[in-house]
Design a binder for this molecule. Structure first.
Ligand code: ACO
Length: 439
């Protein structure tokens, strides 16, 4: 027994679950995924009926297909955060609060200008959320007391209002920060968020509106194209939440030690940045460019099977069939291409898609297209540079992150710090050896 590491002798069940394959970290009613059947619903609630003929009778949530076809991004945001579709007045209050919080202190311009000319926009955005937190001491439990937000769970109206204000700020300023990261790389002045536009129109306006300096160069005025603004709105709905993905888990893990919510969102950005998560659509375009043409698809798939390459945009931890968002996105792609012109990479993408879905290697592993297989092609057609694709994922996902953060803060049982355990496999006690005696 003396040879056993001390922590192995503690009582309780401990499971080593690398990659959290079978570990649920929260109970949540925000998003429901049935990975075997390719189902995604927002704001899942259990409904108890007296006669249960089918498990379906117990599940209620808004299907992603209906929300994409009939709702708008800010309405879906309200739904994810507050749990119900808003009334007309609730939606207009929510919309005006979010848009009202779009502008950013002019000092932030200096912050963006301090980055290297070719800084990755995700590096800027991640740092910018953290920077933003420094402006709002009222949102910082280290300054205001650690029950700043958790007392909202006990019905404290001031705490709830404070929480909502930070949520409006983070959603409202997400587009502004993203647009600043975009424009600084082009050496262009920043534009103030406009009034009288939808969230996605305002975002497109901030990205491409001509500043006074642009106008001096003789460029024409800019107005968001309604089809492209609508397409982006749908893409934002599809990306708004996806339960315990890597970045949302990171936001909660960070939020569990009670920092200000801007810091938790900055941590989410860092997690989303990676090519296995938010960087996957960029990886898809690089992959398609490297394949070059449909005739090279068979050789590429052979390389994937030999594990020399990865088929980006395929596979998912939860979906073991096609990601339901990929069907919606495929339709949106056609609408966008009708405006922008057809991307020649589409032929390679379709040949790859069709060949992989018929190939035994991918079929037996239940690998099917995920949301990223088509989204990069849409963003490329809309003229976005590839390294901006993850930013276009962060902006809507801020909503999912703040919905999860709010749900955790309002938990009736309180917030428990996320402190997982490990299975220790190192040596037990050994004696310190002075440097001169070491071999
Ligand atoms: N290309 C080739 N083989 C793959 C792929 C792929 N894209 N994805 C999984 N596999 C293989 C694995 O090698 C493994 O094979 P094996 O059983 O012979 O060892 C098997 O399929 C099971 O895959 P896992 O790696 O266990 O699946 P995991 O759940 O850990 O990974 C992930 C999921 C990271 C999404 C993976 O499928 C992947 O890397 N896909 C490409 C990147 C991508 O598209 N990411 C976007 C995800 S969606 C999102 O974040 C919005």
């Amino acid at each position: 027994p003396n040879d056993r590491p001390e922590d192995e002798t503690e009582r309780g069940l401990r499971v080593a679950d690398k990659g959290f394959l079978n570990t649920a970290v929260i109970e949540s009613s925000i998003t429901y995924i049935d990975g075997d059947n390719g189902v995604l619903r927002y704001r899942y609630v259990r409904v108890y009926v007296t006669v249960a003929t089918h498990p379906e009778a117990y599940r209620r949530g808004y299907p992603i297909e209906q929300l994409a076809a009939r709702s708008s991004f800010l309405e879906v945001s309200y739904l994810l955060i507050y749990g119900a579709l808003p009334s007309g007045s609730q939606l207009s209050h929510f919309t005006s609060e979010v848009l009202l919080h779009g502008p950013i202190h002019s000092d932030a311009e200096g912050f963006f200008r301090s980055f290297r000319y070719d800084a990755h926009p995700m590096a800027m955005l991640t740092s910018a959320f953290s920077y933003l937190g420094s402006y709002y001491g009222e949102a910082n439990p280290s300054l205001q007391g650690q029950d700043l937000f958790t007392k909202a769970a006990k019905g404290d109206a001031t705490a709830l209002q404070n929480m909502d204000r930070q949520i409006f700020r983070m959603i409202g300023k997400a587009t502004t920060l993203a647009a600043m990261a975009y424009r600084i790389r082009q050496g262009r002045d920043f534009v103030v968020p406009p009034t009288g536009m939808s969230y996605t129109e305002s975002f497109l306006y901030q990205l491409d509106h001509l500043s006074p300096t642009d106008q001096l160069s003789g460029l024409q005025s800019y107005k968001p194209h309604p089809v492209l603004a609508k397409a982006l709105d749908i893409l934002f709905i599809l990306h708004a939440d996806h339960e315990m993905n890597a970045s949302s888990t990171t936001v909660l893990q960070t939020g569990s030690s009670l920092p200000d919510p801007f810091s938790a969102v900055a941590a989410g950005c860092a997690s989303l940045y990676g090519p296995l998560h938010g960087g996957a659509n960029e990886a898809v375009i690089r992959m398609l460019l490297s394949i070059g043409s449909p005739k090279n698809v068979p050789a590429f798939l052979e390389a994937v099977k030999k594990r020399e390459k990865v088929l980006s945009g395929f596979g998912h931890r939860v979906y073991k069939t096609s990601d339901p968002r990929s069907f919606i996105i495929r339709k949106v792609a056609d609408e966008v291409f009708a405006v922008t012109g057809r991307d020649p990479l589409l032929d390679t993408a379709m040949a790859l898609h069709d060949a992989a879905l018929k190939d035994e290697y991918f079929v037996s592993r239940k690998l099917a297209p995920n949301v990223d297989f088509w989204s990069g092609l849409i963003y490329r057609a809309m003229g976005f540079p590839m390294d901006f694709f993850p930013v276009l994922f962060v902006v809507p996902r801020v909503v999912g992150w703040v919905a999860h953060w709010r749900q955790m803060m309002l938990s009736p049982s309180g917030v428990k710090i996320w402190r997982p355990r490990q299975v220790y496999v190192g040596p037990s006690t050994r004696d310190y050896v002075p440097l001169e005696e070491r071999k």
